[in-house]
Design a protein around this ligand. Sequence first.
Ligand code: GDP
Ligand code: MG
Length: 198
Amino acid sequence: MTKERTLVVVKPDGVQRSLIGEITGRLERVGLKLVGIKMIVPTPEFIETHYTIDPEWRRITGEKTIKSYKEKGQIPPSEDPLEITGVILKNLMTFMTSGPVVAMVWEGVHAVKIVRKLVGSTEPLSSDVGTIRGDYVLDSYQLSDKDGRAIRNLAHASGTVDEATKEIDLWFEKDELIDYRLVQDAILYDVNMDGILE
Ligand code: GDP
Ligand code: MG
């Protein structure tokens, strides 16, 4: 099966919480291969481009947010999905440029889904125990909305293979990604495991 590549960004809260190692370690130990890594302080324009790389993101996220307010029996701040995402995006631009982030590209079979599983769902309040967002941070939409800020959920991970391709292209130059062999690949991907005994 073809290997996928996916983008992971340790957000400013992850760096400040000294969780770069924990997050990287969890992705490493599952068997994924790190093929690119760098620390940068993004600009607001770059963050806007990142989050709107899918032209539907504004609409989908706005609609999702309105729905989740209503499911909780609350009144959404607006009925206009684009107005809602305008606020979310502005908060993300402030948050994501507040300090350094660590951008990484991870490679492996099913890399996109595996990383999403390990990172956990968007809101730490409901992220599963055992996931990065479930284990290492407490935050909720209720609190972040009240404080008028982005939710602090430690890491970004590409949602689909298509999103991953576009995001990697945005964050990394071709020569910043390295093709190399990892000895563990022989065990993870070898069909017969016949290279062990001498
Ligand atoms: P992710 O892929 O799990 O990070 O989630 P999305 O791609 O759906 O959303 C990207 C970012 O938008 C999240 O990390 C949040 O900061 C923000 N966001 C998404 N959905 C909501 C929401 O319902 N309410 C609020 N306040 N922010 C949201
Ligand atoms: Mg996303």
